[in-house]
Design a protein around this ligand. Structure first.
Ligand code: ZN
Ligand code: ZN
Ligand code: ZN
Length: 206
């Protein structure tokens, strides 16, 4: 007689790979089971309370470890059961029939990979060069800290700052004049650093 098994799958929050393994129903009823990622940095723990199962799920979506509980029948019989990340409401773990777990994990892997690409793209797009942007912003702070460091041709010293991908705009709050400071290259930074003060709305501005 073929021994009945159940599969478990999750996405490792450390290395991003999908991890799955099977355990026999007999073993699951007898003691706690652990499914460890090949990288050794995360493990799914399944423990029985006698009437229910408690899972500690390393979450590949948000990076935390979630605790989930489910009825014994749900874990040991039927097609399977999915557990969602409480933070993002996305499925982060699946337990049940082997082929269903495999399919759920393939989908989950794809979702996680897509999210990562999106996250990277968002970071990369924020600034053309984040080191230059950081330097430009701290230089601006330095200039603004000098007496009358930043003022508008209209006489106002009230302004707001808008930070974009390759430049920073200083906008006069009284007349709306604008001074654009490029913040993408070393030259942009050098050009800014030779100013003791900045004037919004001066010749060439706006
Ligand atoms: Zn891993
Ligand atoms: Zn989560
Ligand atoms: Zn002004």
């Amino acid at each position: 007689m073929k021994e009945e098994t159940r599969s478990f799958g999750y996405i490792c929050p450390k290395c991003g790979k999908s991890v799955s393994a099977k355990r026999t129903v007999f073993a699951l009823q007898a003691a706690a089971a652990a499914v460890v990622c090949d990288c050794g940095e995360s493990e799914l723990i399944v423990e029985t309370t006698g009437t229910a199962y408690r899972l500690h799920v390393p979450c590949g979506i948000c990076g935390e470890t979630h605790r989930a509980e489910c009825a014994q029948e749900a874990l040991l019989s039927g097609q399977g059961i999915g557990f969602a990340c409480p933070q993002t409401k996305q499925l982060c773990c699946y337990a049940g029939e082997e082929h269903r777990v495999a399919r759920a994990m393939a989908e989950l892997e794809e979702t996680v990979a897509r999210e990562r690409v999106r996250g990277d793209a968002a970071d990369a797009e924020a600034f053309a060069d984040s080191v230059i942007m950081y330097e430009v912003l701290s230089e601006l702070k330095e200039i603004a800290s000098r007496p009358h460091g930043v003022r508008c041709a209209c006489g106002s010293e009230k302004y707001s700052i808008e930070v974009r991908r390759t430049w920073v705009d200083l906008i006069c709050r009284d007349c709306g004049a604008k001074l654009r400071i490029n913040a993408a290259t070393d030259e942009d930074l050098d050009r800014l650093c030779c100013n003791m003060t900045l004037t919004i709305g001066a010749a060439g501005g706006k």
